[in-house]
Design a protein around this ligand. Structure first.
Ligand code: AHM
Ligand code: MG
Length: 326
């Protein structure tokens, strides 16, 4: 007697999906470790104010920024997950002073993982969406130079993505195969595939920028905003990059964190924020720029360096960058 399959028999979990993707050796193991870290971080985010995790940790990161307790905890969780993963060579994050060598190439370390463990953490106390951003680069250095393996342009990423801790917990993962989205099923404790091969809309009249800094913007960017104001655009700005980029990926538009007179290199970090988000958006058919040059071509000299970011739908990015002089 035939019967309808129960819903759970049709669920494609992250591990099952990765196994079907034909990824390079060890990459699935690294991505699963990041996803495990995401589940643990998401759990702590959900319990904010029940557990004593909201508030400042008492230290500063290498940028002189106040570290929230959850910044530190999220960093420790990711590191703990990756430490046990044989293919991870280096872990570098916004919260660490410099790259941590976990294994050399001869010890099996194939990949460098760079992360912003908890992006948007200043929003934690008001329960706004926050997220984890990650970038995976190959470790192609001799053992003695392993730490320097992180200094590669974004174009060399083999995988990147983010996990949003929002009204649901969503993992967006970009690899050579494309951009896929998974939602954490809280009962199964598994990321389940919800959309494969995401494509960003080619255009959409939405811009996402902290417009309060307008007096510090370049003339070209002010000209863009004038154009947008007169052309029926809408504005959306959450102030958590992960959430703003996630909306931009799914609905289209442009996300901008520009250079300003006060911050000539912008605020966002090239290797923890710009490159991974640029990779996701480009793999989904969008564009990513550092203002006048392609974001993913930037050759880093410091793992912590900053970059201006313009990313999103191709046509919308072009509207901005041509006014910036690209
Ligand atoms: P963080 O990594 O310390 O959380 O800082 C990055 C965040 C991004 O999520 C967001 O896009 C940006 O800071 C918002 O900055 P601003 O308040 O200047 O608009
Ligand atoms: Mg951040």
């Amino acid at each position: 007697m035939s019967r309808e399959p129960a819903a759970h028999e049709n669920l494609t979990t992250l591990s099952k999906h990765l196994a079907s993707r034909g990824l390079a050796p060890g990459l699935d193991e690294v991505l699963l470790a990041i996803a495990l870290g995401g589940k643990a971080i998401g759990h702590r985010v959900r319990r904010a104010r029940i557990d004593d995790v909201v508030g400042v940790a008492g230290g500063e990161n290498v940028f002189g920024e106040v570290q929230q307790k959850l910044d530190v905890l999220s960093d420790e969780i990711l590191l703990a997950c990756l430490k046990d993963t044989r293919a991870t060579a280096v872990y570098a994050s916004e919260e660490q002073d410099g790259p941590l060598v976990l294994r050399t190439a001869s010890e099996g370390g194939r990949y460098c993982v760079l992360a912003d463990p908890l992006d948007g953490s200043s929003n934690i106390d008001v329960a706004v969406s926050v997220g984890t951003i990650f970038s995976v680069l190959p470790n192609d250095r001799p053992d003695a130079e392993t730490a320097a393996a992180v200094l590669q342009p974004g174009r060399r990423q083999v995988a990147a993505g983010y996990i949003v801790y929002g009204s649901s917990v969503v993992l967006v993962l970009a690899t050579e195969a494309g951009v896929d989205m998974y939602t954490l099923d809280p009962v199964l404790g598994e990321f389940v595939l919800v959309e494969e091969g995401i494509r960003i809309p080619d255009e959409k009249k939405i811009y996402s920028i902290n417009e309060a800094y307008v007096n510090d913007f370049d003339d070209g960017l002010r000209a863009y905003l004038e154009y947008a104001h007169g052309s029926g655009y809408g504005a959306r700005y959450i102030g958590s990059m992960v959430a703003d980029v996630h909306r931009t990926l799914l609905k289209g538009g442009v996300f901008i964190y520009p250079a300003t007179t006060k911050a000539p290199r912008g605020k966002l970090r090239l290797m923890y924020e710009g490159n991974p988000m640029g990779y996701v958006v480009e793999r989904a058919g969008g564009a990513a720029s550092a203002g006048t040059t392609p974001l993913l071509e930037a050759v880093p000299t410091d793992v912590h360096e900053r970059t201006p970011v313009v990313l999103g739908s191709k046509a919308e990015v072009e509207q901005v960058t041509r006014r910036l002089g690209a």
